[in-house]
Design a binder for this molecule. Structure first.
Ligand code: LMR
Length: 328
């Protein structure tokens, strides 16, 4: 018991933006895996906590646990159902156990930029997808964008052929695996917190992630350089359990959901600047960034196109078409 108490005290002491919760306040624990600051998700979580703790003082109290210090993404969904945490924001690639619809967001070269993502996620189809996991007791509260992904490896990557035979870390997503295989490379699913070590020790040769993750996790330190492929979206689902949401008084729930909506809009508006800043941070740290010529980009798009056909049945052609239409 003493050890458990000590561990839980250590956790609360580490919680970023932790508020001392008072008796009678609803405690809202938010667990995520990225850096606490300088990252779109870390900063959004902090902003949400600040607003809840300020505007709902006396009614609710929010604590954020960043950096996988509380749960990995593969455990956090269960933790939501058990009531160990009330909020999580895994990437949309990580929900395959509950819905195959989110495979949409992993299709390579689907969205041309973050504005297209915003148009889709705030549109009718995007909003409906928030309810994809209600059968399992989960409610999506909003999409938090985090930028487009870039490839890196322990050698220069300019065309997909350069990746042949290499091993890349991917998230727990079969779409990502198919994409890597389409490049003639091998995919290995690994938890986020294991990526740096796996790159450093050569367990994998390369990775793909947003500029903010590449910078804040220091992946660039253990890679030859980064290639500006912008090949896939990284975005999160802010998710809670129906049971918890239903347990709130309507007035408290409305206030909380209004704050969530406003923070989501603010956070998504900040992503492009945060990504540009972290790209610059990677350069300033002395890493090499390779940008693609239009020809080279075409080769990446072409190599990955078969992935779309493979998952069309899971996602639905209409949904894919509506996401594509958000590019215009
Ligand atoms: C990853 O596992 O690479 C990402 O989902 C981590 C994150 O939350 O950005």
């Amino acid at each position: 018991l003493a050890a458990a108490t000590a561990a839980s005290l250590a956790l609360s002491a580490n919680a970023y933006a932790a508020d001392d919760c008072n008796d009678g306040e609803i405690v809202i624990k938010f667990s995520h895996v990225v850096a606490a600051t300088g990252h779109p998700k870390g900063d959004a979580a902090t902003l949400l906590a600040e607003r809840v703790n300020d505007e709902m003082n006396g009614k609710a109290c929010m604590q954020v646990f960043p950096n996988s210090q509380l749960f990995d993404d593969d455990k956090v969904m269960e933790a939501l159902l058990l009531g160990d945490v009330q909020l999580a924001a895994p990437s949309l690639s990580k929900f395959e156990a509950y819905t195959l619809k989110f495979r949409l967001f992993d299709l390579p070269f689907l969205f041309q930029d973050l504005d297209a993502v915003e148009r889709f996620t705030t549109g009718e189809n995007g909003k409906e997808l928030l309810n994809s996991m209600t059968d399992y007791g989960f409610q999506g509260l909003g999409y938090w964008s985090s930028g487009l992904k870039q490839f890196s490896a322990n050698k220069p990557l300019l065309v997909p052929d350069d990746a042949k035979g290499l091993k890349f870390r991917v998230q727990t997503s079969d779409v990502a695996v198919a994409m890597i295989e389409a490049m003639g490379a091998n995919a290995q699913k690994l938890a986020f917190k294991e990526v740096y070590g796996a790159l450093q020790t050569g367990v994998v040769d390369g990775q793909e992630n947003s500029w903010s993750n590449i910078y804040t996790q220091k992946f660039f330190e253990v890679q030859d350089g980064i290639t500006g492929t912008n090949h896939q979206l990284l975005a999160y689902l802010l998710v809670t359990s129906d049971e918890w949401l239903d347990s709130l008084d309507p007035e408290v729930r409305d206030q909380f959901l209004t704050i969530v909506e406003e923070v989501t809009a603010t956070a998504n508006g900040n992503v492009a600047a945060a990504e540009a800043k972290n790209r610059q941070n990677v350069l300033d740290a002395g890493s090499t960034i390779r940008e693609l010529t239009p020809e080279q980009r075409k080769a990446w798009v072409g190599a990955m196109k078969p992935v779309w056909d493979k998952f069309e049945g899971d996602i639905g052609k209409d949904l894919i078409d509506s996401a594509v239409a958000s590019n215009n």
